[in-house]
Design a protein around this ligand. Sequence first.
Ligand code: 26W
Length: 823
Amino acid sequence: MTKRSSSLLKPTEQLLDKPALRRGIANHLHYTVGKDAEQVTDRDWFMALAHTIRDRLTERWMKTTRRYQEKDVKRVYYLSLEFLIGRSLNNSALNLGIAENFRQILTEFEMNESRIADTEAEAALGNGGLGRLAACFLDSLATLDLPGEGYGIRYEYGMFHQHLHQGWQREQPDNWLRYGNPWEFPRPEILYPVEFGGRVVEYRHENGQAAHQWTDTEHVMAMAYDMPIPGYDTDTVNNLRLWSAKSSRDFDLEFFNAGDYIKAVEHKNLSETLSKVLYPSDSTSLGRELRLKQEYFFISASLQDIVHKHVQHYHTIENLSHKIAIQLNDTHPALAIPELMRLLLDKFYLTWDRAWELTVNTFSYTNHTLLPEALETWPVPLLERLLPRHLQIIYEMNHRFLRDVAHRYPGDGERLRRMSLISEEGTKQVRMGHLAFVGSHRVNGVAQLHTQLMRDTTFADFEQFFPQRIVNKTNGITPRRWLNEANPPLTQLISDTLGHKHWLKDLTLLKQLIPFADDAAFRQQFRAVKQHNKVQLAHFVQQRCGIILNPHSLFDVQIKRIHEYKRQLLNLLHVVTHYVRLRDNPQIDTVARTVIFAGKAAPGYAQAKLIIKLINDIADVVNHDPRIGDRLKVIFIPNYDVSTALKIIPAAELSQQISTAGTEASGTGNMKLALNGALTIGTLDGANIEIREEVGADNFFIFGMNAEEISALKRNAYSPLFYYHAQAELRMVLDMIAGGYFSPDAPDRFQPLIDALLSGGDYYCLLADYADYIRCQNEVTQLYRDSEEWTRRAILNTANMGKFSSDRTIKEYAQDIWKIGEI
Ligand code: 26W
């Protein structure tokens, strides 16, 4: 376009004052939604508000892109199969600083703000911790003005919706795009072919060297959708690019001409399944073909895009690792390593050594779990069929790597077997963790203990061979989402008390609250905020579940995916213990408790689904026992998602973080709850250890064995039956569950859970930790009676959580791993 015509195309400036916003909303109701003022619904209002924000984001987004280009900055690309963004309306309005103006405008029109906000479908493109971490990181990158872009998949169906049917989990598809997604910009012109299958031909390149061509492949097209990611209190707006699968041929002409219309569209349907649905499992790698195709589809499109943009700008590939860094969010995108090698070898004709140097210097890999069943492996025959050239490259990587290992440790065949990228037991499998490790210059864990366990266990051989490669980057959460948006009254109280709002950008400033813990008037205000939030949650629970909560009871919360290692069942053992004590001693002097659970189970995870049923069966008995009254209530809030978390977390007083020591890599819910003034009852696991260090041991309820004690216990033939026989109360509780006390309609229902504990070896050591957990819960009860002391400790939690801002985490990645700087 000529200079003259492009200046003619200058858009109107999109201002943030009330008249401009009002005009924006009116125009969008009219021209975007296409409705008369009389007909507009809450959803129409949502659409108009979203588009009004989007206009403002677009301008800043383009400026940000231009700024990065002019300054020729090094960029980071965050590759993740999951981005658990949640809703965007409120968050974007807050980050842009127009939330208050919106509120006033909606009041003028007598519109109900929260009803409008509730019409927005969540972008639930993730399972849990790993996906939400990616979303927090995007917020921090933009807020810190760092040139970081996310790449992911635009799943047509996100995380399933959870319903309860007689206490059992039922899954329903999440058709989140049904009413359109106002935040996305489809980019039909940004389209890349992704190849599968075929065969590899060796030939001699004109430079005289042997070269490889992957041919006779099937194609699927990847089309880009962009989503603007606004920083808080800055004009920076970064990009999240999500890929959608499109058929490469709308109609297969051959079939079409032969008159088979259905066959002709079949290929279209098949190829478009690749971005159809998020795999709803966050703990087991199933080794499914469709999942492998999804992973390759995603990284192939992302790398083509990254390399294309790079070469277009620099006209060379030689400076790739100086200008870009790529972070792999777990091994799910780890095929990017052989894929970049393939591009450098087969398209740019670099030598192996040069290609390898560029690749390793570009990539870094984050490990999020050490649970063996969650570590990805792919069968060699599957790779051979779908990605034959990649398999060749992986074999060559392995050959060279093992040659180096053998050189360093001559004669140590056992070590070679352990370190190989290929496991040889049964069907050969590619070990994606080993692949990601060898192909990255930095590998990180997500909390200190987790990183140490990586060094000592899963990656011990690798730590020896590549010292310094493993580093720690303790997770964080964004205070914009998890305080500013989640908890407006606490945000207000903090800002009023400190006299500024800088703390939302430098969370360590919360330490200025420490002296106020000893100020009775402040404690009173802090308690009033918590009380207000508890009442709000009680309203919500009454609406969603029809159950009335006592807002003066202790709100005891465990919200996270349902998994045996997270030990929701241990929580239940305490609930039943407490129930029996109350039942049998009506005059016992105790504090009222409401035990709140929420979380989804992977659809194929039978034990986890049974735990949900047990929670609900116990709730049924306890909540209807007249001898208990409202001294104890148990509640399972269905369909836990980001929006539900925003409602529960500000109201929580006790945060349960009770995984078996050594199993929870970090946890991030633990951070959200403590930041909002909940006291933690927790094991020495994941980031709990660092939270306790920061908030002070006196302000944290710790119990149970530490990771070393657990591993010693297992080494020494742990016997759960010993604990069962030694502890009468424990025995009674387990017998009640096993004997059908909570399931008179099906007395054997929970036998599989009991078997896992008593005859299955109690892998997660619930019985070993039971007694200390009960002791610790009694301490909680005692302290809750002293509401001044409880509040003092709650304030000290909030005040000392500054370390856990994802801004700190991202700064560490930027400095130590990506080598990118502020601009
Ligand atoms: C291939 C199946 C699969 C899918 C996802 C296996 C494993 C995963 C994730 C690694 C599970 C996950 O979300 N891990 C969590 O990551 C959080 C962010 O680092 C941590 O805080 C949690 O402790 C960890 O469980």
